[in-house]
Design a protein around this ligand. Sequence first.
Ligand code: NAG
Ligand code: NAG
Ligand code: NAG
Length: 516
Amino acid sequence: MSIPFTVAATSPSMRPRTPLYRWLALFFIVVFIYYYLPTSTVVSIPRFSTSKASVYSSPNSSELSQVSWVKRVLKDYSIGPEITYATRTLQYIPDAKDRPLLTSVDHDLFEYGFQDLSLDTISSLPEGPSLGVHVKKLMRPSDADGSSLMIGVSTTFKRFNDKVNGPIKEWARWLTDGKGGSNGAHLVLALFQVTSGEINTARQHLAAAGINATVIASKRDLDMPGRYVDLVRMLYTHPMRSQRKYFALIDDDTFFPYMSQLALTLSEYDHNKPYYIGTFTERVDWMLANHVPMAYGGGGVFLTTPVAQKIAELPCLEKTPEGTYILNATEGDRLLYNCLHSYTEITLTHLPSLHQVDQFGDPSGFYESGQQPLSLHHYKSWHHAEPAKIHLVADACGEDCVLQRFQFKDNFVVANGFSIAEYPKGIDFDLEKVEGTFEVPQGDTQDVLLSYSFGDMRKNLAKSGRKRSWTLLDSRTESEGKVQQIYAKKKDDSRWVGVGEQLPERDSVAVLTWVP
Ligand SMILES: *[C@@H]1O[C@H](CO)[C@@H](O)[C@H](O)[C@H]1NC(C)=O
Ligand SMILES: *[C@@H]1O[C@H](CO)[C@@H](O)[C@H](O)[C@H]1NC(C)=O
Ligand SMILES: *[C@@H]1O[C@H](CO)[C@@H](O)[C@H](O)[C@H]1NC(C)=O
């Protein structure tokens, strides 16, 4: 499982589970597919322009009028000015007993359809009529209690401080109350090859975001796997340790969308007993290649105090005279597993609702499945998604309604925060199944590689003319409990036309407003 340290060091979270040669082979296969296969077999996912697109809504976006905000966002993404537009106000009613995979609503989503607009000439946008939808008891970020958790992450200052890809806006969603204060969880950020000035800068950024954190330098003589396992010692020797029950190791691109649910789930494990909790890769071939039931780091690894203590005391980082680990690992999460496996009787407690998210390509099958993944990962690298924007709606209808699916009578399905999909020829398939939208290396099929995590998947509807999808561009909290989302479908997105169908003439925009 070796990849050269230099490669790994620049991208700590992109850690392939395969030897380098297989990785290169995969790369060339992907290149081959893109260049040589007839275009009709390749589903390209137009990425909305990324220059300004990744810029998170500025804090003062709530002061803009709705029309100014929508215009600004659409301009940033080069959408319009001629668009078709639809809107709806959804009033959330927190009286549902549970939060199912799919919630049916006995009304149309867009009863007046889409209308043509020119953004250049309008000074206001039509108001969407209000419709009630039932959701579970509200658990907003301000209700989440993370005080049982201490979370360790090891990265570089450069990655941390990156204006576009830095993790702070995501961390602020699950480490704070959503209003600038901590939710009680403590973050230990270990930075590699960092100056004291950079440590201070990092501290200031975290404090400004409301994140309760300790920032320290990683030991300079440790390689990446060593720095990962050494996080356990940092957590175990932290002055706040005795007030914490669960010690988590994450990658810098791990996101927890359901903090209340996560804390509740963890509380089912007695923190005085030795628990090592985590999840597997979604890829059955990588599972077999690695050949061990280990917790894959990107999904989040949770340790109770007795396990953290053991790891802090064991010689996990011992090396041979040749400079390789005696425990033979080249990945941090594998080294952690090998150490527990070699020196203790502790085995993994598998929590499959955590997700490593190792699938490539179009992630919509995953985000539109209606499930509640307790963790997300790889959303800035192997696939593209913006969990901070997706998650904002938790400030309105609560965390359970993040990625909750609502099916309307006009064959629209909202996967809240991710997309609005229309099935113009009806829904004659099982929406409880995951749509097989992912990419896998040539010679294998999604069914073979991924069904062990997702079950037997349903057909990918891209290019069939049976699905059109508007993806989230941006969201904002307009006032307490009120969140607005802008979704868009570009006119040149060939995924949403069937064989022989014309591309639409206009970009299309849908705005949802969630109100109490
Ligand atoms: C705040 O909003 C105004 C427009 O009302 C904009 O010009 C300004 O750049 C915004 N400030 C920040 C910090 O985004
Ligand atoms: C973190 O929270 C603790 C209380 O739980 C407080 O004592 C400490 O000062 C906080 N640290 C930072 C950096 O905010
Ligand atoms: C590490 O690999 C060496 C050589 O393949 C083997 O002899 C040794 O038993 C391995 N150690 C562990 C802990 O797996």
